[in-house]
Design a protein around this ligand. Structure first.
Ligand code: APR
Length: 233
């Protein structure tokens, strides 16, 4: 990290499992129980919004109880001490923000708000939770959609553009807790490598980019990031 500056961090669901939030593709992951095409695809939402909200309603209550863990806090500390230029996260749980990360790019949106696809109304999560099981727009009665990127949707343009810029300019891209299976985010390591940057991966289990990484640490996100924050003055 001392020789490869600036450091940019890319996180996935694996950094939040230690906060009690299941990831998606490990053996105990969400997609082992729910078919993402039935519960997390925009076509499924348009076809049966109540069914998708049955899934998201459960997620909102799990996310509501979660607290940032030592991995989130270590990244916020490293940012405060000038080591981290930015955190790109695929997570929608807001734990990085609550841990104090400021240079944060949420490329898959977040549960912070839900919106009406019909009239554009936007509601904060605390109002949406009060409207479960099926939050409806007060203006037009349409079922609200959580402002997270579903399969079949484009990523928020400003966020993915910022993420690509950070990846291109990174001396080191540190991936933490992601299977690097979902594009376009999984393409970010290629941006770093193509521009002469270095890749490091902290993840339980392999990823398709391990062979391109200078360092692969198969260990817990929290313990590894905590150890890193302690080693770097
Ligand atoms: N420490 C380190 N790695 C962990 C930990 C942990 N405590 N817990 C889980 N992992 C690893 C898992 O083994 C897995 O390889 O984190 C990885 C998480 O991968 P995924 O479950 O695929 O999550 P992610 O990469 O974030 O998925 C990307 O897919 O479904 C969509 O929109 C969703 O943002 C998500 C995207």
């Amino acid at each position: 990290m001392r020789e490869h500056r600036p450091l940019v961090v890319l996180t996935g669901a694996g950094i939040s499992t230690e906060s009690g939030i299941p990831d998606f593709r490990s053996a105990t992951g969400i997609w082992a129980k729910y078919d993402p095409m039935e519960y997390a695809h925009i076509d499924a939402f348009r076809r049966d919004p109540e069914k998708v909200w049955e899934f998201y309603g459960r997620r909102l209550s799990v996310l509501g109880d979660a607290e940032p863990n030592e991995g989130h806090h270590a990244l916020a500390e490293l940012e405060d001490r000038g080591w981290v230029r930015g955190v790109i996260t695929q997570n929608i749980d807001r734990l990085h923000e609550r841990a104090g990360s400021r240079a944060l790019v949420e490329v898959h949106g977040s549960i912070r708000t839900s919106s009406c696809l019909q009239c554009g109304a936007v509601l904060p999560i605390d109002q949406v939770v009060g409207m479960l099981p099926v939050p409806r727009c007060r203006n037009c009665g349409d079922v609200l959609k959580p402002d997270v990127v579903m399969f079949g949707e484009l990523l928020p343009a400003a966020q993915i553009a910022r993420a690509e810029q950070l990846a291109r300019e990174a001396g080191l891209l540190l991936v933490v807790g992601s299977s690097l299976e979902v594009y376009p985010v999984a393409g970010l390591p290629l941006e770093t490598l193509a521009n002469g940057g270095t890749l490091a991966i902290v993840n339980r289990g392999g990823t398709p980019f391990d062979a391109r990484a200078s360092l692969v640490v198969d260990a817990g996100a929290g313990e590894t990031l905590r150890a890193l924050a302690e080693r770097l003055e």
